[in-house]
Design a protein around this ligand. Sequence first.
Ligand code: NAD
Length: 363
Amino acid sequence: MHADIVLLPGDGIGPEVVAGAVAVLQAVAERHGHQFTFHEHDIGGIAIDRHGEPLPAATLAACRQADAVLLGAVGGPKWSDPNAKVRPEQGLLAIRKALGLYANLRPVKPHAAALDAAPIKPHLLTGVDMIVVRELTGGIYFGDKTRTAADASDLCRYSVVEIERVMRTAFRLAQRRRGHVTSVDKANVLETSRLWRDVAARIGREEFPDVRLEHQLVDSMAMHLLSRPRDYDVVVTENMFGDILTDEASMLAGSLGLLPSASLGEGKVGLYEPIHGSAPDIADKGIANPYATILSTALLLRHSLGLEQEAQCVEQSVSDALDARAFTADLVAHGVAPLSTQQASVGIVQRIRERSAVSELRD
Ligand code: NAD
């Protein structure tokens, strides 16, 4: 197949990890007979520097035309003045909103070889396999904001339609998995959460009676995520709770550098990115873990291009690399030499070539 893929490397470690992921996509295309055309554009801090705005019109136009978008990360100390009118993160919020990407899927499945890197006891992590669905275009991040010398406010608002559509995404995923949805809210305090809970219950009862639905308050969820993570299948929650809980969940996997994400809406284009940020503390050192971005390409192949076999090939190659302890610095045990970003990426490319060659021999 032919696919147009827009690359938005962004800031900090973004360009380093996207370069590795592009090499992986090229290897997939080569070995499976596809043609992927890449179009690189600016977003975030680099876009502010070059164009004066975090999401230039040309970037958005290219994304609208594309089959899929692969993003690195945005932000960094250079653009973090709290009083600045334009900030890199505005580009990210704007692109999600403009493309109607309301559901952010974040799978969390700790790999056995990386359990030592997790700060949680390994016996709690064995068998953990969950996917967090975070609502992405509503809630407090998008509400009206005010600031005076004396106070500040951020409005949190959700409509029934916004909750219904992300709920359906979560329930449909659960039907293909273990049939269990946990809806996370703060219904004991927040009116938006009471609406969230009512809509979740109605959608579950009327449209997905085969799926078990439970409600969980966000504060106790933060605790259960660490004490009994195995109990969760699909977790669905609003924008800010999902942002925080998925960073927490990343610790189950051992490193932020292992968790991919897919942002999907009703349209054909999806946006794929690692859940981590631009990691300014390690930028330009060539030591960032590229696996989260490489695993994001697997989600891209699956959800935007419908290439399930190729997606599994990428996921299996990363899994094999972890089995072989092909670790970057964030995962490596003390005293062992870690791989660079480039070495880790090249390792996955080689595994994809080898896997494809082996399956050709079998055929
Ligand atoms: P971060 O995710 O960038 O980094 C948190 C910690 O994890 C750092 O110690 C970092 O070195 C480490 N880390 C992250 N990714 C890694 C990788 N691939 N390999 C190895 N280590 C990795 O979060 P932060 O420090 O809170 O934010 C830094 C900047 O990134 C801020 O400007 C923030 O706004 C931005 N940010 C952007 C996104 C995004 O683009 N989607 C998401 C979160 C934060």
